[in-house]
Design a protein around this ligand. Structure first.
Ligand SMILES: Nc1ncnc2c1ncn2[C@@H]1O[C@H](COP(=O)(O)OP(=O)(O)OP(=O)(O)O)[C@@H](O)[C@H]1O
Length: 308
């Protein structure tokens, strides 16, 4: 459909003040097609303000935002034609209309832009099924729970298969299965080539599926963590961690090997090399008691980063 790693969202030198109060300070970020970018940070850091600026709902004091190459604040409707978003939680719907009717209305409004042709009744049923609201499709939104409205919001955002999907705290108020559902939708959207920006406080969960995490604090993007580079670390519990690490560091598919007793930890070029590491350690007479992905602890990293 789209998505070739090209920049989909580009934010350059974005600052925002409310009156004299600076809220965002010189934000630069780029999100590519196929990428999930998760924005996190303490309450009041400026996440919602940044998302409002990126979606065109708020104007920056300086700097610019482009969506698929179109400036959001200068070519508003053309830029927004590439966008699906939920910025207010829960999204606003007509409570006297059913979920399906609301989505139909949403599609009709979108059809005045370039994307409406992509949406028909079959697509509406499809997105309702994706957010597991098939059973509620013909019930009035006034009867929906908060979490069901939240999921309907996500359904409306993905309805026209936008190139850019932006969700402000899409999982707040959802139960654990609902959170998993949204994560799957977001991952699938990126896998089919869409760019995704979302904000979340669920660090351990976003660490599992975001490609990049931007940490916003005091209106500044204090760190951008490339999680995809951290996914191929493995730890091996062995009888001799130092010897295992020195053996592993001679292998050309191991970028780096370190000791974290009782483990030897290897950053592999690709996780497909795990069996080769095991074979080599066995050949060298090192006993391996356990091998597991060495998951990056985003929560710990975040805590340390903000305490600096
Ligand atoms: N319309 C406004 N007028 C003045 N100040 C505002 C306005 N909107 C937001 N702010 C201020 O901007 C700062 C950032 O708010 P924002 O809602 O963007 O933070 P956030 O990171 O999304 O927080 P949370 O995690 O609590 O949702 C806060 O200090 C807030 O008080």
């Amino acid at each position: 459909m789209r998505g070739d790693g090209q920049p989909a969202v580009v934010v350059r030198g974005l600052s925002k003040r409310y009156g004299r109060v600076p809220i965002l300070d010189s934000i630069d970020l780029t999100v590519s097609s196929g990428e999930v970018f998760a924005l996190t940070g303490p309450n009041g850091a400026g996440k919602t303000t940044l998302i409002r600026c990126i979606t065109g709902l708020a104007f920056p004091s300086s700097g610019e935002v482009t969506l698929m190459g179109r400036n959001v604040h200068e070519e508003g409707s053309r830029a927004r034609a590439t966008l699906g978003a939920v910025v207010e939680a829960p999204a606003k719907f007509y409570t006297r209309f059913t979920g399906a009717e609301n989505l139909r209305l949403h599609a009709r409004l979108a059809s005045q832009g370039a994307r409406g042709a992509r949406v028909n009744d079959a697509r509406i049923r499809e997105v309702l099924a994706l957010v597991e609201l098939t059973r509620m499709a013909d019930r009035r939104v006034g009867e929906y729970s908060l979490g069901q409205r939240q999921r309907l919001g996500v359904a409306s955002a993905i309805l026209a298969q936008p190139e850019v999907l932006i969700l402000d705290e899409p999982t707040s108020g959802l139960d654990p299965l609902g959170i998993g559902l949204i994560h799957r939708i977001v991952s699938d959207h990126a896998a089919s080539g869409g760019a995704v920006i979302l904000s979340s406080h669920h660090l351990r969960e976003i660490a599992a599926y975001a490609h990049t995490v931007g940490i916003l604090a005091g209106g500044r993007l204090v760190d951008t963590v490339d999680l995809s580079a951290r996914h191929s670390a493995f730890r091996f519990r062995v009888d001799d961690p130092s010897r295992a690490a020195s053996i592993m560091s001679t292998l050309d598919f191991v970028n780096r090997a370190t000791v974290r007793t009782p483990y030897a930890v290897a950053e592999l070029r690709d996780e497909a090399f795990v069996p080769d590491v095991l074979a080599r350690l066995a050949f060298e007479g090192v006993r391996v008691l356990e091998a597991a992905p060495d998951l990056f602890d985003l929560y710990e990293y975040y805590r340390e980063r903000l305490e600096k």
